[in-house]
Structures are given as C-alpha cells and as structure tokens.
Ligand binder design. Structure first.
Ligand code: URA
Length: 233
C-alpha cells in the first residue's frame, strides 16, 4: 500500500498527525536511511523502512486485540465523561481501534478491538451466527427446566430469542451460549424467569476463548489462527 508518511507514522505510534508533522522540521524521520523533510512524502508500506528518532517503526495495517474487560468501563470510543475501554489500551491503539460489539458497563470478560471494519461486520452480522459464551452467576438456585426453556426461545419483551444452550455448573452458576446479541440479552433472558444476573463475564467468541493469563484490564494481540477462530460459528 502507498500512503503518506505522516499518516503512516501517526498510525504506527501514539503521536497525532500534527505532532508527526513537527518531527519532519527537526529531521527526525528517515526513509530507507535518508532524512525526509516533507510530511506528504509517499511510502510503500511493503518495502520502505521508516525510522523515527533513529528507531525502525513496525506498521500493521490491521490490528486485532482481545481485552479482558473489567467492570465500570463502557464499550465505546467516546462518552460524556464515563470511562471507556479505550483508555485501557496502549496509546498507539487508542486512536486507531474500535470495539467489536458491546458488553454492558458491569459485564466483564472477552471483548475484541480492531480497525478492520470487514472483520467486525462479519462477527456482528446475525446471519453469521457467531456464538458467544457467558459465565453467569444468578441470585436464586437454577432450576433444570430452564435448560429446555432456553433451547426453545425466551420472550424478552420485544423479541423471542433463538436457541440458547444453558449449562448449569452449580446451584447459582452456569454458562450460556447464544448466537445473537440483543440489548442486555443475557440479563433479560434470566429476568424472564425472575432471576437476577449478579455477575456476568463473556468467556468465548466463536472458538476463541478469553486468555486466562490476561488480568482484568489487560489486552493482547490475536495471532492469525485466533482471528480465524473468532469467526467460527
Ligand atoms: N448480555 C447482557 O445482558 N449483557 C452483556 O453485557 C452481554 C450480554
């Protein structure tokens, strides 16, 4: 890909476009070892080697991260004063990435972030039926007939849910696999049977499991195999 070098550097680092423009004035940018003075200089992302402050920069066109979302953060890029999951990321990713779908403010666990619109669209599209698995704690003992009720579909007010697989783990804990993502879907499904969800954590998207080594608030890049796993339905 051929792009302007100031955009390239801004995308690859935490610096804004206007900050990057200044670096050219002070001879801080090199392409293939030669100082470049013009911020509009075009580079080939496949071939050219770009240095800032004498350090070679790595550039990736698309980035895919998994984040272990803590409670108290909104899954959005901009809000009115609320904490967003973006502030948990490295500065260089904060301005480039967006969350794929949402988790409620009080939900924890696996959320993906990317700058790849096509990937995000595929994952979110209802026809793709990518499954999501949640670990859930409720306020009352779970009855076993809930399993068949969830398979048959639950009326959550404005919508009847599609087949959902509930696995009861203990009196008040379970996992639930759904292939859709209606607003507050899990909480509303339990609420339809008078249960309150007291803890909710997403643990899997498609075949991709939340990395157990990630502490709350930590994120890491996905490798190629994991990117494919997220899209498995
Ligand atoms: N269902 C919910 O109710 N909340 C979430 O955050 C995700 C699924």
């Amino acid at each position: 890909m051929i792009i302007r070098i100031d955009k390239w550097i801004s995308d690859a680092t935490q610096y804004s476009r206007s900050e990057v423009k200044n670096f050219f004035k002070y001879n801080k940018v090199k392409v293939n070892g030669e100082i470049v003075k013009k911020s509009g200089y075009k580079v080939d992302t496949e071939k050219d080697q770009i240095e800032l402050f004498n350090e070679i920069l790595e550039y990736e066109e698309f980035v895919y991260l998994m984040l272990n979302k803590p409670k108290g953060y909104i899954s959005a890029t901009l809000t009115d004063g609320e904490k967003t999951i973006m502030e948990l990321l490295d500065l260089k990713y904060q301005k480039r990435l967006f969350p794929v779908g949402r988790l409620d403010k009080d939900t924890e666990g696996l959320i993906l972030l990317t700058n790849d619109g096509k990937f995000s669209h595929q994952l979110m599209h209802p026809n793709k039926k990518v499954s999501k698995i949640y670990y859930i704690e409720v306020d009352e003992n779970l009855k076993s007939d809930l399993v068949s009720a969830f398979i048959n579909g639950v009326d959550i007010g404005d919508y009847v849910t599609k087949e959902a697989r509930l696995e009861i783990l203990s009196e008040k804990t379970c996992t639930l696999e759904i292939q859709e993502g209606k607003f507050h879907q899990v909480k509303r499904m339990f609420s339809a049977f008078d249960y309150e969800v007291v803890y909710l954590k997403r643990i899997q998207i498609g075949d991709l499991k939340l990395d157990e080594n990630l502490k709350l608030g930590e994120s890491r890049k996905l490798n190629k195999e994991e990117i494919g796993k997220a899209l498995v339905n």
